[in-house]
Design a protein around this ligand. Structure first.
Ligand code: ATP
Length: 354
């Protein structure tokens, strides 16, 4: 195994330089988005063999979940749509959270970078959101202690706070970023968020060339909307991370545009950044395919298939920025398949150069 600087193991290629990747289409628009990715990969000969696993949240038991986890452990990498959590029952856990916890995918990275010309509240945003992905408010430790009283545990550990802070500072250093902002509510949650902040301050001492500041989550949401350009890299607990990711993705184009990456020491999962199911728009040929295509590009880069990643990335960029083939969420009037066909057309024109 080759080691990446971020610390995640990169699986070795199999015979012929190919990689096996687990594909979890999930619910809502997931399956149609995966069809587009497979079409694009087939078209440009990306050396990936997908192992497709459908997880049905309405089935009893966890057999499908265990099968998915075994497959990801074998392949090391997955491309994933969002799996719906239908029931409010305390015994049914979110399969999305269960997968991340079981594989110890402790960090989530969402790079929110504006596309020029896409209608948005702010232009030229370039923020990297780094989120603790396995504990905090998502510890799934909730119970009704007596009728009418529910308790929910928020867990912060030195180990996980340090892993995510170190990831954030290391990312900033390696990518020539200048500042890390730690997001918290330590004025109220003095012990839990206090520990998260204390650990970030300690880790910062190893990165003296970087600026480190901290900001309270409520002010962060206001600042993100009014003056997002002040942010560079953000270091956040789990729940604050999902809120801020959705705010900033919303500012630059919504749920269909930006991808997200989940890393642990051994495995990586790539998915759309805001993790929406998109049930209401499924089957209508209007879902924006770009976030899932970008997730597939991240996955190709992770596995070292840089050339395939680059041609797909360039074709996607050209489609939405230069050719302005955009789905309704981006103010366009094109269908999902119009976007994908335009990408295939560009790939086809480039084919001679491969
Ligand atoms: P659910 O019932 O699972 O919550 P939903 O469609 O009602 O599904 P979300 O999945 O939470 O809602 O999505 C939030 C919003 O983002 C919805 O308006 C959805 O249509 C939109 N959205 C999500 N993904 C995309 C996409 N790829 N392209 C366009 N819009 C999207």
């Amino acid at each position: 195994l080759q080691k990446k600087l971020t610390g995640t193991d990169i699986p070795s290629a199999q015979y012929g330089g190919r990689h096996g990747v687990t594909m979890l289409p999930g619910g809502g628009i997931g399956p149609e988005l995966m069809t587009y990715v497979r079409e694009i990969f087939r078209y440009c000969g990306a050396p990936i063999d997908f192992e497709v696993i459908d997880i049905d949240p309405s089935t009893e038991g966890n057999d499908d979940l265990e099968y998915a986890i075994t497959s990801i452990k074998r392949n090391g990498v997955a491309l994933k749509g969002n799996i719906e959590t239908k029931s409010q029952s305390l015994t049914e856990v979110s399969r999305n959270v269960a997968i991340r916890n079981e594989l110890d995918l402790y960090v989530n990275v969402v790079h929110c970078k504006s596309y020029p010309g896409i209608p948005a509240r702010h232009q030229n945003i370039d923020i990297v959101l780094i989120r603790q992905n396995t504990d905090g408010e998502y510890a799934m430790l909730e119970h009704e202690s007596v009728k009418g009283v529910v308790e929910s545990m928020k867990v912060v550990t030195v180990e996980n706070a340090e892993r995510v802070a170190r990831y954030a500072f290391e990312y900033a250093r390696q990518n020539n970023r200048k500042k890390v902002t730690t997001i918290h509510k330590a004025n109220i949650m003095k012990l839990s968020d206090g520990l998260f902040l204390e650990v970030a301050n300690r880790v910062h001492k190893d990165y003296p060339e970087l600026e480190h500041n901290n900001m309270i989550i409520d002010n962060t949401c206001m600042q993100a909307v009014s003056n997002p350009h002040q942010f560079d890299v953000m270091n956040m607990t789990n729940l604050y991370g999902t809120i801020v990711s959705n705010v900033i993705c919303g500012l630059i184009g919504g749920a269909g545009l930006i991808s997200g990456r989940n890393y642990g020491d051994h495995y990586a999962i790539f998915e759309p950044g805001t993790r929406n199911t998109g049930t209401a728009i499924a089957g209508k040929n209007i879902a924006n395919p770009v976030a899932m295509i970008s997730a597939s590009i991240d996955m190709l880069n992770h596995l070292g298939h840089k050339e395939h990643a680059k041609v797909i990335q360039d074709a996607t960029y050209q489609t939405i920025v230069e050719d302005a083939i955009r789905t309704p969420d981006l103010g366009g009037n094109h269908s999902s398949t119009d976007v994908v066909e335009n990408i295939l057309k560009i790939l086809s024109a480039k084919r001679v150069n491969w």
